[in-house]
Design a binder for this molecule. Structure first.
Ligand SMILES: [Zn+2]
Length: 275
């Protein structure tokens, strides 16, 4: 019952938020401010990039000061300098339209084994070093709250993903398989920055562990990749168990400016870097 009320409340809030957002967008500074301050030359680029976003993304972006948006964006871009530069960006866009080659393997993958911080459900797991460290941090925080995380799937090679996808196609048919499994080369798992937690089923979301991860992941830089109700955006059904490490700044940016939807934020950053 409580859950139903909470769900109802959150959808009402979402509606209000969306309705407000629809009439306003991030406005250029020269329209809203009458100061002698020089206009930030990036505002034009920002407008251009925002215009190229999908309607649903635009609707999710709240009204706000473009200078503040740009300052937040640069915090995210600057934070990327703390990560290794000889591998893909942690904000690399990979989805049904953006892939990596069959040869791509993240550098220095670290084995993820059972230890005092977490449990694993199989013995061949590994993560990119940045994601490994972030899993340590997340797991320590969970342990502090009395929860030991269960890590069930991490890095997957192109070949492994190919086998998995083909198996699902055989089992459920191509149309259904595409809704929950990535074609080889398009999976966040191949980047070595994604984790499937727990049982990899919907009921995991209602467990103590699932609730804890849902509520605290972002504080440690982990972002829910395929939220409920966004299949048209992400290309995938809701996966309460699948989180991607993007860093704390990016999690804050996503929440503040993109309705907490990872796909919107990554599409924006991708377009920003391209222009
Ligand atoms: Zn996954």
């Amino acid at each position: 019952m409580l859950k139903k009320i909470l769900l109802l409340l959150s959808s009402l809030l979402l509606l209000t938020f969306t309705a407000c957002a629809k009439t306003k967008t991030v406005k250029p500074a020269e329209e809203t401010k009458q100061t002698k301050k020089a206009v930030n030359p990036e505002i034009e680029k920002l407008n251009k990039v925002l215009l190229s976003m999908s309607d649903r993304c635009k609707a999710a972006i709240p009204n706000g000061d473009p200078e503040e948006f740009l300052a937040d964006l640069h915090k995210v871009l600057d934070a990327q300098k703390n990560y290794r530069s000889d591998d893909l960006s942690l904000l690399y866009l990979i989805d049904k339209k953006h892939n990596v080659g069959s040869e791509y393997v993240p550098k220095d993958l670290m084995p993820v084994k059972n230890n005092e911080l977490w449990n694993v459900s199989r013995n061949d797991l590994s993560l990119r070093p940045e994601a490994y460290e972030a899993l340590e941090e997340l797991s320590r925080a969970a342990l502090n709250d009395g929860i030991k995380l269960m890590v069930s799937s991490t890095y997957r090679s192109y070949k492994y993903q190919e086998g998995l996808f083909n198996r699902y196609v055989k089992q459920d048919g191509l149309e259904l398989a595409e809704r929950y499994s990535a074609r080889p080369g398009t999976s966040q798992h191949q980047l070595g920055v994604a984790i499937d937690f727990g049982s990899i089923t919907e009921d995991w979301g209602d467990t103590k562990m699932g609730q804890w991860v849902y509520n605290h992941a972002a504080e440690h830089g982990w972002s829910l990749s395929f939220p409920q109700g966004y299949e048209d955006v992400t290309g995938y059904m809701w996966e309460c168990w699948h989180f991607r490490y993007i860093g704390k700044e990016a999690c804050r940016f996503q929440k503040k400016w993109f309705g907490d939807i990872q796909q919107f934020m990554l599409e924006f950053i991708d377009e920003w870097n391209k222009q």
